[in-house]
Ligand binder design. Sequence first.
Ligand SMILES: [Zn+2]
Length: 188
Amino acid sequence: MAFIYILENQDAQRIKIGATHNHPNDRLLDINRMWQAVKGRCQICLSWRMLVNGRMPKHVLSMNHCAGSGEPPLEYSTKLAEKQTIDLQGQLPWLSGSDLRSASKRIKNLKKILQTYKENPIRIGGWQLRASFPIDSAYQIEELVHKALAVHLDKEAPFGEVFSCSAEEAISTIEETISQMKYKSTGL
Ligand SMILES: [Zn+2]
């Protein structure tokens, strides 16, 4: 069994819609940690980890010590990530084939993430669990609901799947999507 869930932040007027195999309360805890920067995102490997005194804990990246260890996360500084972007851009003329493609992809991704963190919208309020639906096809439903609400997607949120529509609109979209799927599979 999986769940599709809606978290709501009333102060920020945002909702998050996701699917999980765990209990939605686990996602709620995690999202609040990310929102409040108790958990931060590494400037080098871009993974999320619980911070230690406002810095990234020691961690590995492809079997090696990650250079973002012990450094401030993106929530507090973007210097290392900017340096990484410039270094990668400098390497481009010497790369070809799949190396060139992966470096270009990484630069694009870094720039997008840096933009989000530089604009750094104020993270007000906290997240609460607004609704959850236990359903086997949660991940399929999630994809359809994300598509249906795409115009409301908040691209500046520090994590994905955040929307600016009301929780009511999201709930009715989920309910409609679930009944459409049931109709398709059973004809009822
Ligand atoms: Zn890292």
